[in-house]
Ligand binder design. Structure first.
Ligand code: API
Length: 277
């Protein structure tokens, strides 16, 4: 089967974006994994499949698959910005604010006049069962043992699960060793994205994320949202934060419990292509 695709990135977190609106696409997990393979396929952190919505209030549905294993996941922040750029550039909509159905609810990305995209990522959730995380009760932070050391992590769901910790210096943080150990920790039944956050001020952080089923990426949008929410809940950050990732900067803001997290950043189209699956 010939498959047309668009290669995009949000701060170096890269995607293969597929138009499932103009054509009906049914891809197996193995085909998705082949697309994501950086040696035998196209190569990407995640695959984004754009479809017509099921939800009556949505303009589109968008499904997200981790490229390394073809597994479907609930949410992708950098991907939501690339989604907006894609549906505009493809002429699939002329709306600038779009209601998008994802596996975990509706999000509203908006194309700004300056070319950046702001996404209402919905409200974060903290109850252990909603992460999911094995714990007796909700808490600002939980101790977990990783590689023989006890870490204090804040668990947040942005639709997908995140475990965020504060580190002195992200550059020296043990992301390569603690990242996979946290990702696969038995207290996370569906695994987890592991965030390492350095507080620069009450309005600025540096962040590295070892993503679930992807490894460390240059940026993680939901990880940036989860880190800012975790920092605010810990009393370390104010409501609007500049997030420095290895791939570039995001602006994330959150007004408090029950309120949506807003994330603003870029989305770039790199090239169009066609692959024989
Ligand atoms: N690896 C993540 C999905 C992609 C999230 C990330 N690329 C973002 O921008 O939010 C997970 O398994 O939950």
């Amino acid at each position: 089967m010939k498959l047309r695709f668009t290669k995009m990135h949000g701060l170096g977190n890269d995607f293969v974006v597929l138009d499932g609106v103009s054509q009906s696409l049914r891809l197996s997990t193995e085909q998705l994994r082949q697309i994501g393979d950086r040696h035998f396929g196209i190569g990407c952190d995640q695959i984004l499949l754009v479809e017509n919505p099921h939800h009556p209030d949505a303009d589109f549905r968008y499904r997200i698959f981790n490229g390394a294993d073809g597994g479907e996941v609930e949410q992708c922040g950098n991907g939501s910005r690339c989604f907006v750029r894609f549906v505009h550039d493809k002429g699939l909509t002329r709306k600038r604010a779009i209601r998008v159905e994802t596996a975990k609810g509706l999000i509203t990305p908006q194309l700004e006049d300056n070319g950046l995209i702001t996404v209402d990522m919905g409200a974060p959730r903290f109850a252990p069962a909603e992460i999911p995380f094995v714990a007796e009760a909700e808490a600002i932070s939980h101790p977990i043992v990783v590689n023989g050391r006890t870490l204090a992590i804040t668990v947040v769901s942005m639709g997908n699960p995140h475990a965020v910790q504060v580190v002195e210096d992200v550059e020296n943080a043990p992301v390569a060793t603690d990242g996979p150990a946290i990702e696969a920790h038995p207290l996370f039944p569906q695994k987890v994205n592991a965030g390492f956050m350095q507080i620069l001020s009450r309005g600025e952080i540096r962040l590295r994320v070892f993503e679930r089923s992807a490894g460390e990426t240059l940026a993680c949008g939901t990880g940036a949202c989860a880190a800012v929410v975790a920092g605010i809940r810990r009393g370390l950050l104010d409501a609007s934060v500049l997030v420095h990732t290895r791939g570039g900067d995001l602006r994330v803001s959150w007004a408090g419990p029950g309120q949506p997290v807003l994330m603003t950043g870029p989305a770039v189209t790199v090239f169009e292509g066609e692959i024989e699956l």
